[in-house]
Design a protein around this ligand. Sequence first.
Ligand SMILES: *Cc1c(COP(=O)(O)O)cnc(C)c1O
Length: 374
Amino acid sequence: MVEGNGSWLTDNNGKRYLDFLQGWAVNCLGHSNPGMIEALNVQAKKLINPSPAFYNEPMIGLSNLLTENSCFDKVFFANSGAEANEGAIKLARKWGQLNKSGAFEIITFDHSFHGRTLATMSASGKPNWDTMFAPQVAGFPKADLNDLDSVKKLVTDKTVAVMLEPVQGEGGVIPTTQEFMRELRKFTKENNILLIADEVQAGCGRTGALFAYQNYGIEPDIMTLGKGIGGGVPLAALLATDAVACFVPGDQGGTYNGNPLMTAVGISVIEQLLAPGFLDAVKAKGELLQSELLKLATEFNLEGERGAGLLRALMLGKDIGPKLVELARDRNPEGLLINSPRPNLLRFMPALNVSDDEIRQMCNMLRELLKEVA
Ligand SMILES: *Cc1c(COP(=O)(O)O)cnc(C)c1O
């Protein structure tokens, strides 16, 4: 790939691709967003790296934007979603040492995805990941999403937190239900257990709310952000309420954490997401994508569709996902970029400012391919 513009990528042969991957839900404002480019240029001329030993202006600006628009009070910046989740795990364990006699177990979920470090792989519920680089980091029992009894069964006096994605992304776009999220919050509160929302994929406007937990009328104790917060540059964040933010300087850190070049881009991204009408437009585009996908499901007798906002999946009912991904990429004159996290479904995570026409165009491309394959 050599160039990107909005929802389109161009390769070294000049072939164009309609991009409904966007770096795996990363480029929330599409390719070559003017606001991000401006922020990068201005900040590059001013200050790139004063070292993480000092606070810097964009870091404080972005922290304020995030805390003013969420239920959290403290922010720690990281470079990837996995690193932010590592921080969340450490924070919960430290809180357990201080407040719960060393409780350290964090209940996570089957089919969840939390990253590729050893601890976050251990927290993830991906098939085969328990043996891939064995032994795992201990302390991550797995429950079933949307089944509170399965959580209750795993709770012991060692349980310090429950960690979940409001919408399981890599697991196949499986939304946490309203009822489950509310009951889980009630149950964890009553039992002095922390709730950690991994919003690396579902956060930053992806579901039509700035943060996905806001769709549920609940407040987690800890949240992690990644992907969309940088709009394509490596930026992630760990957020916590004052009640659980027990890190002291030196507990967690890293060479590039909170560097002004990336956090300046983060400010541009969050400001654009908060611009009047932007998130409402994401909701409307999500509904358009949903209705277009449902038409395809009816036309080709597929299983259906699911998701939230602009994170959606088409359930194919048979294992033709990888084949469709390949045909879509290779189609001419224009390619289409989609993905198949499970062989029986396709996932769509376009730029949040994708146009209605591009959504229809994508579904028309898919319609041609389904005629060939389904
Ligand atoms: C992508 C993802 C991560 C890992 O983020 P990286 O930046 O790849 O380390 C963690 N959690 C969820 C829910 C993700 O989708």
